[in-house]
Design a protein around this ligand. Structure first.
Ligand SMILES: CCCCC/C=C\C/C=C\CCC/C=C/C(=O)SCCNC(=O)CCNC(=O)[C@H](O)C(C)(C)COP(=O)(O)OP(=O)(O)OC[C@H]1O[C@@H](n2cnc3c(N)ncnc32)[C@H](O)[C@@H]1OP(=O)(O)O
Length: 300
């Protein structure tokens, strides 16, 4: 199904028509086939699957800043679903093909001056991305090779393990408060599960963007490595995780994440309505417009 048709279907039903994102049967190990590499790509996400290792790399390629637009989110979910259903794939590394940027977070233009229907469609796609990634049966490793504010940080937090390039110019964090907006409860829950309540509380209130060393110190990322070693390190970490039996790891992951996933699943439509009423406020629209202007001025 083409991305726009799929987006419409997601807007109508609230889920991708490809199957449920959570509560799947455990994955089976891949059959011992000869070594093979496959790649598939749509406009914004490139996927390379190394069948012999059982590992895919998903590269975000939506310049200039890999913002999470409706199209991006739809393509992301399609790619993830394909891998989830592929017995040859047991793990996925998420990284960026755009230099210096992992992802700039939700596409602000999707949240400015649009219709209620558009906000609902967009927010369902954001929810879908998170539900699918957080509940994935695959091992998920974020190789954070650039700045990663807000929704970009959420993607990294949603993975099982985070490795960041130790470039002092890269920052990561849930900076929503700086935009005059509020991270929804499931962003907050995911953050708390990674860094703990105290750190999450102050970081969220201040809308902090943490430098790579600071992010490592507070546990937001698990490791820092020189940029040129990021890919190899992500591959090595993936191998360590895949050395364990899938079923034990998957059931443990489900046990750790179920409460947080269930909370959104139970309140999904309410969360969409909250988003619409919040984002439609004139004061919030004004804050977002000013923020976009600030980004543009920074350039000139
Ligand atoms: C109790 C009640 C609670 C109710 C709550 C209910 C619901 C919750 C409501 C809302 C929740 C929303 C959650 C939002 C999450 C988000 O992710 S918001 C997005 C936050 N992102 C950012 O703040 C990042 C902004 N961007 C930057 O800081 C920089 O662009 C950069 C990523 C560091 C890259 O810098 P640089 O390389 O210098 O590139 P430029 O700044 O020049 O940018 C290039 C062009 O890209 C445009 N752009 C950048 N980011 C975005 C974005 N996120 N969306 C759309 N567009 C973006 C930028 O404007 C430039 O455009 P032009 O070339 O000037 O046209």
């Amino acid at each position: 199904m083409a991305a726009p048709a799929l987006a419409r279907c997601m807007a109508r039903t609230g889920v991708l028509p490809l199957g449920q994102a959570w509560g799947r049967a455990p994955r089976l190990p891949p059959s011992p086939l000869p070594a093979q590499r496959r790649a598939f790509s749509n406009n914004k996400v490139l996927v390379e699957l190394d069948e012999s290792a059982g590992v895919a790399t998903m590269k975000f390629k939506s310049p200039p800043v890999n913002s999470l637009s409706l199209d991006f989110l739809t393509e992301f979910c399609i790619s993830l679903e394909k891998l989830e259903n592929d017995r040859a794939c047991r793990g996925v590394i998420l990284t960026s093909a755009v230099p210096k940027i992992f992802s700039s977070g939700l596409d602000i233009t999707e949240m400015c001056g649009k219709s209620t229907e558009h906000y609902a469609e967009f927010w369902r796609a954001v929810q879908e991305m998170w539900l699918r990634l957080y509940s994935s049966n695959m091992v998920t490793v974020a190789a954070v090779n650039g700045s990663s504010p807000a929704g970009g940080c959420l993607i990294a937090l949603t993975c099982d393990y985070r490795i960041m390039a130790e470039n002092p110019k890269f920052s990561i964090g849930l900076n929503e408060a700086q935009l005059g907006i509020v991270a929804p409860f499931w962003f907050k829950d995911t953050f708390v599960n990674v860094v703990g309540h105290r750190v999450a509380e102050s970081s969220l209130q201040l809308g902090s963007l943490h430098s790579a060393p600071e992010a490592h110190r507070i546990g937001l990322v698990d490791e820092l490595v020189p940029e040129e070693k990021l890919k190899d390190r992500a591959t090595a970490v993936m191998q360590q995780w895949l050395a364990l039996p899938d079923h034990a790891r998957q059931l443990t992951k489900t046990m750790m994440r179920k409460a947080v996933l269930d909370r959104l699943v139970a309140h999904r439509e309410e969360d969409v309505q909250n988003f619409i009423s919040f984002i439609s406020k004139e004061s919030i629209q004004k804050s977002l417009r000013m923020y976009m202007e600030m980004l543009k001025k920074k350039k000139s």
